[in-house]
Design a protein around this ligand. Structure first.
Ligand SMILES: [Mn+2]
Length: 357
């Protein structure tokens, strides 16, 4: 296959067993999240038994750590396609324009240089203040399968973000009371441009692409803060800031299809694949659009996923697609079963398309 199948694994899931699971399910690539949402949300500090990178959260990932991570994945017969998301401790003040901004940017440069030396070609990131926020869980997928959605009436209050918090994660438990306040589109784009100005030259030299994930939920504003990429056509604005090959998309097709914009999901796939801007794809299906949508099984949503794969193929996409998330399948291992279902479906359809069917 020239399109490649991958599996995304959070830090607590980066185990040899899961590498073998990915290989057995037909994946050839891994996307590794080293900042662990689940452990952050529950306030549990990652222990060495649950993560491949046990170092302090605010330290840049070292060459030794990244090389060992890649070797463990290669040892299972897989490639490491990308890292996904800096740890919030790495760059909270870059996002918030805080006093440690310059120091943190120096750390991000160390990470990108180390990734280049370790042979990890892509860094996925989400330039966001509120991050993923306000989603609900329910039996909304086919047959009552447990899924996630964004439903306006179930969303928590759209209150301002507390000090010491970025995305939905606490980076400073000792922060005083109060909020980070409101952040405008102008402030957001100015900070984002500074981030690209500083980091893209380093990424180009290191041979690493910086791949931007869109905002999920794709609202223009959330918790009093502007959102960067809430319509498909805004990727054009991002790429126009810097026409570098290293300025790329972590193309979350699921989030794109939740958006209300001028460009629909099929046009977005065609436009950004043809422009060679897609570093890798989050391949998942949804029903509905912002402000009310659910995540569905890959073959059961609003998007014609066979047509979507045909469009990547038509424009010569030869990168990695990962299922991103999927509803769980009701059994003793809902996450694994859901992923195996998505991977099997994707592998079959990609094979069919690439054979001319
Ligand atoms: Mn995604």
């Amino acid at each position: 296959m020239s399109m490649k199948l991958g599996l995304g694994l959070y830090a607590h899931n980066l185990t040899d067993e899961n590498f073998r699971f990915a290989r057995q399910a037909g994946a050839t690539h891994i996307v590794a999240h080293l900042a662990d949402y689940r452990n952050f949300v529950t306030g549990t500090i990652q222990g060495p038994e649950t993560t491949r990178i046990p170092g302090p959260a605010n330290e840049p990932w070292t060459l030794e750590e990244l090389t060992a991570l890649r070797a463990s994945i290669n040892g299972a017969g897989l490639e490491l396609a990308a890292l996904e998301n800096f740890d919030p401790h790495h760059w909270s003040d870059v996002l918030l324009d805080g006093p440690r901004k310059a120091e943190q940017m120096a750390g991000l440069k160390v990470i990108i240089r180390n990734m280049g030396k370790a042979g990890i070609p892509v860094m996925g990131y989400n330039f966001s203040f509120a991050g993923v926020y306000g989603r609900s869980f329910g039996p909304w997928a086919r047959g009552g399968a447990e899924s996630v959605g964004y439903l306006q009436e179930l969303a928590p209050p759209d209150d301002e973000i507390p000090l010491g918090t970025i995305w939905n994660m606490v980076v400073d438990p000792d922060a005083p009371a109060g909020t980070i306040g409101r952040i405008s589109q102008e402030q957001l784009w100015s900070r984002f441009k500074w981030f690209l100005d500083e980091l893209l030259p380093v990424a180009e030299e290191a041979g690493v692409r910086l791949a931007l994930h869109p905002d999920d939920p794709p609202l223009e504003q959330l918790r009093g803060t502007a959102r960067l990429l809430w319509k498909p056509e805004l990727y054009r604005k991002v790429f126009d800031l810097h026409p570098s090959h290293a300025n790329a998309a972590e193309f979350c097709q699921g989030t794109i299809s939740e958006m209300v914009g001028e460009m629909d999901v099929y046009e977005a796939i065609e436009t950004y694949t043809a422009a060679r801007k897609i570093a890798y794809v989050h391949f998942r299906n949804v029903k509905g659009k912002v402000p009310n949508y659910y995540e569905m099984f890959v073959d059961d949503g609003d998007v014609d996923m066979i047509q979507a794969l045909r469009l990547y193929h038509k424009h010569g996409y030869d990168g990695v697609l990962v299922p991103d998330h999927t509803p769980g399948l009701e059994c003793p291992a809902p996450w694994h079963a859901g992923m195996a279902y998505a991977l099997g479906w994707m592998r079959a359809v990609i094979s069919m398309i690439e054979r001319g069917g």
